[in-house]
Design a protein around this ligand. Structure first.
Ligand SMILES: [Zn+2]
Length: 168
């Protein structure tokens, strides 16, 4: 079941990648139904808060006409940042399942989940389809670096290429 919803989140992340955004996708599930979907659109919108989780939580609140998402579960392809964990607490989401672990040690996920802020504790489980989720992000950044290298190196003119002379 967890993998089914994580696959949905992965598809949303792939959509983000196609639009040139860091590939992160999120899904909110309440009573066995998907009530919110989101993917990262920070660059396109130039909005610091346009993370996948924020968008999925916003959509779920609008759909259920409630800021309280008690009993709901959030599936997200990357370990949530502190802002998104704040939104999880504020919306009273019960469980968070994430895929890839934040690599740079900047995560406060555990601390925030257990801080008992707002009298609400969140259960967090990481590593759901971890390989797929982290591969997507790794591929995105390595292809971005390759594009940057290609753009910054001067174009090789045909006359300068080593196989010059063999050209037809
Ligand atoms: Zn976030």
């Amino acid at each position: 079941m967890q993998e089914k919803y994580m696959k949905m989140a992965l598809r949303l992340a792939q959509k983000a990648a196609r639009e040139g955004e860091v590939p992160i996708g999120a899904v909110v599930v309440a009573d066995g139904k998907v009530v919110g979907r989101g993917y990262n659109v920070r660059t396109k919108r130039q909005l610091a808060t346009a993370h996948a989780e924020m968008r999925a939580i916003d959509q779920a609140c609008r759909k259920l006409h409630s800021w309280r998402l008690e009993g709901a579960k959030l599936y997200v392809t990357l370990e949530p940042c502190p802002m998104c964990m704040g939104a999880v607490l504020n919306s009273r989401i019960e469980k968070v399942y994430f895929g890839a672990y934040e690599q740079k040690g900047r995560s406060l996920t555990e601390a925030l989940a257990n801080a008992n802020l707002l009298n609400h504790r969140v259960q967090v489980t990481g590593g759901i389809l971890e390989k797929e989720c982290s591969a997507l992000i790794t591929e995105f950044f390595s292809s971005m670096r390759a594009r940057e290298r290609a753009a910054s190196s001067p174009a090789v003119l045909p006359s300068q290429s080593p196989d010059d002379g063999n050209a037809t």
